[in-house]
Design a protein around this ligand. Structure first.
Ligand code: MG
Length: 365
C-alpha cells in the first residue's frame, strides 16, 4: 500500500453551546481534514483544528505545511514502513504540530487498514471502552452551575471547569459548582494560563481550606512559566497538571525531572501526532506519572485517534478529556468509534474505521 496523494477538506460543525476559556470563545468547530490516498484505493483520514493561541497553527499554515513540506516526502512511501513515515513527517519542518498530527493520524489509520485491525490493537490492545469528562465553559456563576447540573444529568461523572478570568470570581464559581454537584461528579479545574503562580496558590489554599476537593488543577500559569508551575505544584495539595506548558517528549522529561507538575495532558495537536504521544505515555509510565488524554475543538476523526491511543496506553493515560464530539451539535462522521455522551467505545473496524464524513468540503490547493 503506497501513498499516492494527499488532499484537503474543510469540516464545519456548530457547537451546542459557545466554548469559552480564559484564552478564547468559539462557537463552531472548523477543522482541516487530511485525506491520504493510496494505490490500493484505501483512504486514511486525519484532522487538525486551527488553535493559534495554543499551538500557533492556523488553517492556512496547516495546509501550507502539509502541501509544501510534508506531502512531497510522503508520495510513494509504503504504509508498511510506519516508523520511517513518521520520521519523515516529524523532520519535514519545525513545530507545526497540528499539521504533523493530522497527517500522522491518517497514516496510522491506513496502517491499521493494512493489517485489518483497529488502531488500538496495532498499538498494543486494551479494553475498547473509555469514559470522558465534559467541559463547562467559563461564564456567569448561575450559567456554570446550570451547565454542570445538566452535564451530571446527562451522565458525566467528571467535569472540566474552565476558570482563569478573575481570581475572586473563580473561587466563587468553583465553590458554587462544587456544592451543586458534590458527590455526583469529580471536578477538574482548568485555568488555561489565566492566573499568576501566587494567585493560583492563594485560590487553591482558599478552596482546599473550604473543603472543596478537586481531582486536579490544570495549567494555572502561563505556558512558558515552568518555574511558576513548579511553585504552584510545590505548594498545593491538589495535583497540578501541565497542558500548554508541554508539547513533546523531551519537554515532558524536563518537566518530570523538575517535578514541575504531577500530571501531563497529552494532546495529539501538541505532540505532532501519535508517534510522540506514544513516547510520552511510555516516558510517563517509566516515571510513574499519570497522563490525561485531551483534545482541542476537534470532531470524531482526530478524537477517534486519541481514543485508540488512550485504550492502548491505559497504563499511563488514566484520565480522559475527549469531549470534542459531545460539544458538537451533531457527529459528521460515520466511523469505528462510537461517541455516546460520556461513554466512548471502539468497534472492530480496521484503522479508525471511518466510512463517511458528512458535509466535508474539498479544498483545492
Ligand atoms: Mg487545558
Amino acid at each position: 500500500m503506497k501513498i499516492t496523494d494527499i488532499q484537503f477538506g474543510m469540516l464545519r460543525v456548530p457547537l451546542k453551546t459557545a466554548f469559552k476559556t480564559a484564552l478564547r470563545t468559539v462557537d463552531t468547530v472548523e477543522d482541516i481534514v487530511v485525506i491520504v490516498r493510496t494505490d490500493t484505493g484505501q483512504v486514511g483520514y486525519g484532522e487538525a483544528p486551527a488553535t493559534a493561541v495554543i499551538t500557533g497553527d492556523t488553517h492556512g499554515s496547516i495546509i501550507e505545511a502539509i502541501a509544501r513540506f510534508i506531502k512531497p516526502r510522503l508520495i510513494g512511501q509504503e504504509i508498511a514502513n510506519l516508523n520511517h513515515i513518521t520520521h519523515l513527517i516529524q523532520t519535514a519542518l519545525e513545530r507545526n504540530t497540528s499539521a504533523k498530527a493530522a497527517v500522522e493520524i491518517a497514516v496510522y489509520d491506513l496502517f491499521g487498514q493494512l493489517y485489518g485491525a483497529p488502531l488500538y490493537k496495532i498499538l498494543g490492545g486494551g479494553d475498547p471502552v473509555i469514559t470522558t469528562d465534559i467541559t463547562i465553559s467559563v461564564d456567569y456563576i448561575d450559567k456554570m452551575v446550570a451547565d454542570s447540573i445538566n452535564a451530571v444529568e446527562r451522565g458525566f461523572e467528571s467535569l472540566k471547569i474552565k476558570v482563569g478570568k478573575d481570581i475572586g470570581l473563580d473561587i466563587e464559581r468553583v465553590k458554587a459548582i462544587y456544592s451543586a454537584v458534590e458527590g455526583r461528579a469529580l471536578l477538574r479545574l482548568d485555568a488555561n494560563q489565566g492566573w499568576t503562580a501566587k494567585q493560583a496558590v492563594f485560590a487553591m489554599h482558599n478552596l482546599e481550606d473550604a473543603g472543596v476537593v478537586l481531582e486536579l488543577l490544570e495549567q494555572p500559569v502561563k505556558a512558558q512559566d515552568i518555574d511558576g508551575l513548579k511553585y504552584v505544584t510545590d505548594r498545593v495539595h491538589t495535583p497540578v497538571m501541565a497542558d500548554e506548558s508541554v508539547f513533546g517528549p523531551t519537554e515532558v522529561i524536563d518537566l518530570i525531572k523538575m517535578r514541575a507538575a504531577d500530571i501531563i495532558n497529552i494532546k495529539l495537536m501538541k505532540t505532532g501526532g501519535i508517534s510522540n504521544a506514544v513516547r510520552i505515555a511510555d516516558i510517563a509510565s517509566l516515571y510513574g506519572v499519570e497522563c490525561m488524554i485531551g483534545c482541542m475543538l476537534e470532531t470524531s476523526i482526530s478524537v477517534a485517534a486519541a481514543v485508540h491511543l488512550a485504550v492502548a496506553k491505559s497504563q499511563s493515560i488514566t484520565k480522559v478529556d475527549l469531549d470534542g464530539p459531545s460539544l458538537c451539535q451533531f457527529n459528521p462522521v460515520e466511523g469505528g468509534v462510537i461517541f455516546n455522551e460520556s461513554e466512548i467505545s471502539i468497534t472492530d473496524a480496521p484503522g479508525l474505521g471511518i466510512q463517511t464524513i458528512h458535509g466535508l468540503e474539498l479544498i483545492s490547493v
